[in-house]
Design a protein around this ligand. Structure first.
Ligand SMILES: *Cc1c(COP(=O)(O)O)cnc(C)c1O
Length: 222
C-alpha cells in the first residue's frame, strides 16, 4: 500500500474507498491487516462472495451499476451504495433494508461526464427523484450525498468542469432538500487518474483501485 497516497488523503481529510474489483481476497486481506476497512466493488456476485469469505468488519461499498433485482443480495450488509440512479431503485432499497431492520446509506449517482455514459441521473432526473423522495416515507434509506465520474480524458479542463458541476449540485441540493441533515455530507468523486482534481472540488470520498493494487487484468477490466 502506497503510504504517500494514504498521507495525502489523510491531510486532505478525504476518505479512501479501496476499489478491490477483480482483486483476489488474499490481497484485500493484506490491506485489511494494515488497518484499512473500506472497500468498493462494482459487481453484486463478487461483492457477496468477498463479504462471505473476508472479515466481517470490512465496510463494503457498492460502486457499480445496481439492478433492482439484486439489491436483496447485499441489503443485509452493504455499508453504502454509491450508485443509486433511479427512484425505483431507491424504493427497492427501502423495501429490502426494512426486511433487515437496517437504514442503508446511499449516494445519488449523477451523470456529469460529457462523454456518453449509460448510468447516472441527469439534472432533471436528479431533482425529480428528490421531489418524489421528500413526499415519500423513506425511513430505511438515508441519502448521504452524490457520486459522479468524470470523462475519461487527458484534458484536465474538462475534468475540472465536471467535478465542479457535481460540487455545485451538491451545494444546491443540500440547501434545497437537506439543510438540517448532518448526514448529507458526502461527495464521492475521483479515481486513480483524477482524484487530485476531485479533492480540489471538495470530494469527501475517493474511489481508488489501480493506484493501490496495480493495473487490473485487461480481460477482467471494466
Ligand atoms: C473501477 C472503479 C473505480 C476505480 O478506478 P481506478 O481507475 O482503478 O482507480 C472507481 N469508481 C468506479 C465506479 C469504478 O468502477
Amino acid at each position: 500500500m502506497n503510504s504517500d497516497l494514504l498521507n495525502e488523503l489523510k491531510e486532505a481529510g478525504v476518505k479512501l474507498v479501496a476499489v478491490s474489483k477483480t482483486i483476489p481476497e488474499e490481497i484485500i486481506l493484506d490491506l485489511y491487516h494494515l488497518g484499512h476497512l473500506d472497500f468498493g466493488e462494482n459487481k453484486v456476485q463478487e461483492l457477496v462472495r468477498k463479504y462471505e469469505n473476508l472479515p466481517k468488519d470490512i465496510k463494503w461499498h457498492m460502486i457499480g451499476h445496481l439492478q433492482k433485482n439484486k439489491v436483496k443480495y447485499i441489503a443485509a450488509f452493504v455499508q453504502m451504495i454509491h450508485s443509486v440512479d433511479s427512484f425505483e431503485l431507491l424504493e427497492v432499497i427501502q423495501k429490502e433494508a426494512q426486511k433487515y431492520g437496517r437504514i442503508i446509506d446511499i449516494l445519488l449517482e449523477v451523470r456529469i461526464a460529457r462523454e456518453m455514459t449509460k448510468y447516472g441521473l441527469d439534472k432533471t432526473g436528479l431533482y425529480l427523484l428528490l421531489d418524489k423522495y421528500t413526499k415519500g416515507d423513506f425511513n430505511h434509506v438515508r441519502i448521504c450525498g452524490l457520486m459522479g465520474m468524470a470523462s475519461f480524458t487527458a484534458d484536465e479542463t474538462i475534468i475540472h468542469q465536471e467535478f465542479g458541476l457535481l460540487s455545485e449540485f451538491f451545494i444546491d441540493i443540500k440547501s434545497a432538500y437537506f439543510p438540517f441533515a448532518y448526514y448529507f455530507n458526502e461527495i464521492s468523486m475521483g479515481m486513480s487518474s483524477d482524484y487530485q482534481i476531485a479533492i480540489q472540488h471538495g470530494a469527501t470520498m475517493v474511489r481508488i483501485g489501480s493506484l493501490i493494487f496495480g493495473a487490473r487484468n485487461q480481460a477482467l477490466k471494466n
